[in-house]
Design a protein around this ligand. Structure first.
Ligand code: HEC
Length: 161
C-alpha cells in the first residue's frame, strides 16, 4: 500500500471517530438527567420532624433508613447501601475496632453518634458520604433514643423486634 493511500485511510478513520465522539457528546447533553431513587434526593426540607411519638416502624421508615439498611423487624427494610443494622452483634465490634475514633462508650451511644455524625466512623467496605448528615435536625432526642434502643437489641439472624 502506498503511503498516500494509508494516509487517506487514517484520515477517514479519524473522521469517523470524531463524528462518533461528537454524536456521543450531543447524546449526553440532550438526554435528561438520570432519574435517581428518591432517597438520594432526600433533603432536610422534604422531611418533617420525627417527634418520637410515632410508632417505631414510622420512626425508622419516615427518615428513609430502610432504603439503605436491612433492619430486622421493619417491613421493607432491605437496603444494601449501608451495613445491616444489627448493632447487638456489630456494635461491640465497632467499639473495639482499632480505627474507631469516636466518643461512644456503649453501643447505644455509638448508634446515636452514627446517626448524628455518620462521618466520624465509616464502616469498612461502605461508602463514606452516603448516609445523610442532617438527621440531627430532623429527629427529636426521643426519636433517637427509641432508634438506638431498638437497634442495639437487633442481632445477626434476628427477624423479630
Ligand atoms: C442514603 C443511605 C443511608 C440512609 C438513608 C441511612 N443510612 Fe445509615 N449508613 C449508611 C452508610 C453507607 C453507612 C456506612 C458508612 C458509615 O459508617 O458512615 C451507614 C451507617 C449507619 C450506622 C452504623 C452502622 C454500623 O454497622 O456501624 C448506623 C447505626 C446507621 N447508619 C443508622 C441509620 C439510621 C437510624 C438511619 C435513618 C434515620 C440511616 N442510617 C439512614 C447509609 C444510609
Amino acid at each position: 500500500m502506498r503511503t498516500r493511500d494509508r494516509l487517506v485511510i487514517w484520515i477517514a478513520i479519524g473522521l469517523v471517530l470524531l463524528s462518533v465522539v461528537w454524536a456521543l457528546r450531543d447524546l449526553r447533553v440532550s438526554s435528561p438527567a438520570p432519574t435517581q431513587p428518591t432517597i438520594l434526593a432526600l433533603t432536610p426540607e422534604m422531611m418533617s420532624l420525627v417527634t418520637g411519638d410515632e410508632p417505631l416502624v414510622e420512626i425508622l421508615t419516615r427518615p428513609g433508613c430502610p432504603v439503605c439498611h436491612i433492619i430486622p423487624g421493619i417491613p421493607g427494610a432491605t437496603g444494601q447501601v449501608g451495613p445491616p443494622l444489627v448493632l447487638g452483634t456489630t456494635g461491640p465490634q465497632r467499639l473495639n475496632d482499632p480505627g474507631y475514633r469516636g466518643q461512644a462508650k456503649t453501643v447505644h451511644e455509638y448508634i446515636v453518634e452514627s446517626v448524628l455524625e455518620p462521618q466520624r466512623f465509616v464502616v469498612r467496605g461502605y461508602p463514606e458520604k452516603a448516609m445523610p448528615t442532617w438527621y440531627g435536625s430532623k429527629l427529636s432526642a426521643l426519636a433517637l433514643e427509641k432508634i438506638a434502643s431498638y437497634l442495639e437489641r437487633q442481632t445477626e439472624g434476628s427477624s423479630a423486634p
